[in-house]
Design a protein around this ligand. Structure first.
Ligand code: TYM
Length: 332
């Protein structure tokens, strides 16, 4: 069985993008076909300004939502990153393997720093080194596959490069991982700005569907989605990004092809109505289960405790081997 690792960063409430691009596949396929670990990667949330109480709340909420979405602790391991020290232990070795230039070339780093610098602000050093921690997350577990949305593929490829470089320098310690992407909805776009990704930490929320949004809010956001000029429904992500995004979301919900779905609608209004109903149908059981789990926090605590214990046990020998390989004297 392949080993799978993936994670979600608690910098905001989980979105439809997280769900369609990543979580749904973890739930429906990955946990059953592989030995899979899924982590709420809270250390990554400290790379930007944050409110401690909010990060704590969002971490618990993300873990609860992963379980509510259908991750089953009988089939996979769910835990919080900061509960397992091996992540930060290995992260340092990744910083010693990576070159600063390749970190600076990461698209997300360039975008986030450009935005910050424009406002006259500064960015944290950890934002630059973030992909080293992410590589450590992956490599600590002999991971074969990393199921992610499009925006994380570059980071996984860096993890791949670092694994190969480390192995060349010090001997075969790490499994070389690869990213896997969903066939559709690998990049769900903001409903108000279909040229940008639907991101959980954006300030403007009208174009973002959160998994925990109320029914009427979800419907309103989708019905108000920006569409393109023209009135006919065609699938053309370049010329008609707004409509293409709605078709991608619908295709992801129904399992059809976006090109085929386009032929079934003659107006934008009808398309939006269908998207809203499909999304609501998908989210309804998640929200119901989330409410149940919130009423029973000791269940979630138990899952996270057992998950961290298993993750620690798996990562420990791999990270110890990496420490020994680079020349650190093992403790007597
Ligand atoms: P994060 O928390 O931003 O997103 C979690 C997952 O959701 C996917 N995703 C999307 N997919 C499609 N459309 C969107 N609009 C969209 N927005 C987010 C992401 O691609 C991701 O798969 N750095 C990672 C977390 C991480 C990680 C890891 C992932 C840390 N260590 C190790 C995999 C392996 C992140 O910020 O994801």
């Amino acid at each position: 069985r392949p080993r799978i690792f993936s994670g979600v960063k608690p910098t905001g409430h989980l979105t439809l993008g997280n769900y369609l691009g990543a979580v749904r596949r973890w739930v429906e396929e990955d946990q059953y076909r592989a030995d899979a670990l899924f982590s709420v990667v809270d250390l990554h949330a400290l790379t930007v300004d944050h409110d401690p109480a909010r990060v704590r709340r969002l971490t618990r909420q993300a873990a609860t939502l992963l379980l509510a979405s259908g991750l089953d602790p009988e089939h996979c391991t769910v835990y919080v990153q900061s509960h397992v020290d091996e992540h930060t232990r290995l992260s340092y070795l990744m910083e010693c393997t990576a070159a600063d230039g390749e970190m600076r070339r990461m698209i997300q780093y360039k975008e986030k720093t450009a935005r910050e610098w424009e406002r006259g602000g500064s960015v944290r050093l950890s934002l630059l080194t973030y992909p080293a921690l992410m590589a450590a997350d992956i490599l600590a577990f002999d991971t074969d596959e990393v199921p992610v949305g499009d925006d994380q593929v570059q980071h996984v490829e860096l993890a791949r490069d670092l694994a190969q470089r480390f192995n060349q320098r010090y001997g075969p310690v790490f499994t070389v991982p690869r990213a896997t992407r969903p066939p559709v909805a690998a990049r769900v776009m903001d409903l108000q700005d279909p040229l940008s990704k639907m991101g959980k930490s954006h300030a403007e929320t009208a174009g973002i569907v959160y998994l925990l949004d109320e029914t009427d809010v979800v419907r309103k956001k989708i019905m108000r989605a920006v569409t393109d000029s023209g009135t006919d429904v065609v699938y053309d992500p370049v010329q008609r990004p707004g409509v293409a995004n709605l078709l991608d979301v619908l295709a992801s919900c129904t399992g059809d092809k976006p090109e085929v779905l386009a032929e079934q609608f003659t107006s934008y209004g009808a398309l939006k109505g269908a998207v809203a109903e499909a999304v609501l149908e998908l989210l309804r059981p998640v929200r119901a289960r989330h409410a149940e789990l919130c009423a029973d926090p000791s269940y979630v605590d138990g899952v996270l405790r057992a998950g961290a214990e298993r993750a620690r046990g798996l990562a420990r020998p791999r990270v110890d081997a990496a420490y020994a390989a680079v020349g650190l004297l093992p403790p007597a």
